[in-house]
Design a protein around this ligand. Structure first.
Ligand SMILES: Cc1cc2nc3c(=O)[nH]c(=O)nc-3n(C[C@H](O)[C@H](O)[C@H](O)COP(=O)(O)OP(=O)(O)OC[C@H]3O[C@@H](n4cnc5c(N)ncnc54)[C@H](O)[C@@H]3O)c2cc1C
Length: 462
């Protein structure tokens, strides 16, 4: 038995960041992790492996679509799937080992095994019971299931199975047009699979700015992805190594089906909090196993905190990390805080989609007077040079004060560009503050400045 100031359960981005920051602030910290490697969903079967596959298939797309246009001639590269998988695994291993190194460097103890909380101040790992002044639940999430759809991780897969298919399917049905479905759908479409996305709603990427989503939908369709919108999946049936997805159209109730080599179920994730013993400790639970916390991430049980995918809010690695940092500060007697109004969201397709703050739909619903500054990448020299001029930057600002309320980008490097707007929003900047900031030429970021200019007297290159 060992004694700690803090025991964190779960070593995903929420848990490992919390632990490292606790150690930096002088607390003795242990982390319970049941997987063989650190880094949680994100590093092992989420953000990192998916971005590795998006990266290699993006280059493949470039070879096929744009190389000749740039005067690069020659034989087409062929895909070696096992090498691509090995590259993905190398990227994952490098990152998970990196966290192990950081644990050693910061003297964070890894308590290997699955943990539970038998009583306040105690954490059980295997047969051992450890003591902790405070406990942080950072157990993350798992894929949500869908009625009538049985996942076997071979023919009918979750994102975890989709990252490690035995071979590239000729056809794939993706159930759910959210971020994970569209990213993985793009990967397999670029690898030559016929990909059909079946979505219950009439719009892809629910919650993202409507304008952006419309453009994105068009671009993905042009890239070869097919969409069945407004369709409620009724179930799947596997026969002879293929799966048939049956769905009912919301508009008229008619039924139809599609058969494919692989079906990816990407209908969201749910918190993973089973088996921790939370209810018995007086921790208040929300629907779907989500943990209720107060403004300081404390649950209804004193000394038990929760962060990341296990609590409400967007299921994103950087949101979990920020909450981990905030809890560490709070446990060290400081003031931890997360600004939920400025959490960016990114889709890592080509082009990328990124957003922060409010959408036009939200502002309309609120009845807030706002203005829109929009600049198309068509007016950006750098974007034209890389054949990615179809998107735009859109900044939403308060009509009277000019304060930036939100930004939505579809275009090259959107996932990086969004951060200058995040910083501006954190400082309460106006669109004019951005417009008056010198941006290097020729960069994609000039499009952000031009959108800010468009909130005032007008963009120059549009
Ligand atoms: C395919 C995919 C792609 C994604 N891409 C992105 C992206 O690009 N950007 C982004 O921001 N987010 C992305 N996400 C979401 C991101 O992975 C999660 O939001 C993030 O990992 C949540 O972090 P967390 O620390 O809350 O939990 P997790 O990362 O889920 O980690 C929780 C850890 O706790 C461990 N654990 C659970 N219960 C116990 C227990 N009782 N005892 C011991 N250990 C336990 C688990 O084994 C796990 O390792 C993606 C997710 C998926 C599935």
């Amino acid at each position: 038995m060992a004694s700690f100031d803090v025991i964190v359960i779960g070593a995903g981005p929420g848990g490992y960041v919390c632990a490292i920051h606790c150690a930096q602030l002088g607390l003795k910290v242990g982390v319970v992790e049941g997987r063989d490697t650190l880094g949680g969903t994100c590093l092992n079967v989420g953000c990192i492996p998916s971005k590795a596959l998006l990266n290699s298939t993006h280059h493949l797309h470039e070879v096929h679509e744009n190389f000749e246009k740039m005067g690069l001639m020659g034989a087409n590269p062929t895909v070696d799937w096992s090498k691509m998988q090995a590259y993905k695994q190398d990227v994952v291993d490098g990152n998970t080992k990196g966290i192990e190194f950081l644990f050693k460097k910061n003297k964070v103890t890894w308590l290997k095994g699955w943990g539970s909380i038998p009583e306040a101040g105690k954490v059980k790992v295997g047969d051992e019971i450890h003591e902790a002044k405070n406990i942080v639940i950072a157990t993350g999430s798992v894929p949500a299931s869908l009625k009538g759809v049985e996942v076997d991780e071979k023919t009918v897969v979750t994102s975890t199975g989709a990252l490690a298919l035995e071979k590239i399917p000729e056809s794939m049905v993706v159930i759910g047009a959210g971020v994970i479905g569209l990213e993985m759908g793009s990967v397999y479409s670029r690898l030559g699979a016929k990909v059909t996305v079946v979505e219950y709603l009439d719009k892809i990427l629910p919650g993202i700015d409507g304008d952006t989503v419309k453009t994105f939908h068009k671009i993905l369709s042009k890239q070869g992805l097919e969409f069945v919108m407004g369709a409620a999946v009724q179930g799947t049936e596997v026969k002879d190594g293929k799966a048939t997805v049956t769905y009912k159209l919301n508009k008229d109730g008619s039924e139809a089906s599609i058969t494919a080599d692989t079906v990816l179920v990407a209908t969201g994730r749910k918190p993973y909090t089973e088996g921790l013993g939370l209810e018995a400790l007086g921790v208040e639970m929300l629907p779907r196993g989500m943990v209720k916390v107060d403004d300081h991430f404390q649950t209804a049980a004193k000394g038990i905190y929760a962060i990341g995918d296990a609590i409400p809010g967007p299921m994103l690695a950087h949101k979990a990390e920020d909450e981990g940092m905030a809890v560490a500060e709070i446990l060290a007697g400081k003031h931890g805080h997360v600004n939920y109004g400025v959490i960016p969201g990114v889709v890592y397709t080509t082009p990328e989609v990124a957003s922060v703050g409010q959408t036009e739909e939200m502002l309309k619903e609120e009845g807030r007077a706002y203005k829109v500054g929009k600049f198309p990448f068509m007016g950006n020299a750098r974007a034209k040079a890389v054949f990615q001029a179809e998107g735009f930057v859109k900044i939403l600002a308060d009509k009277e004060t000019d304060r930036i309320l939100g930004c939505h980008i579809i275009g090259p490097g959107a996932g990086d560009l969004i951060h200058e707007v995040c910083v501006a929003m954190e400082f309460g900047a106006s669109a004019q503050d951005l417009a008056l900031t010198c941006h290097a030429h020729p960069t994609y970021s000039e499009a952000v400045r031009e959108a800010a200019l468009a909130c005032g007297d007008g963009a120059i290159h549009a």
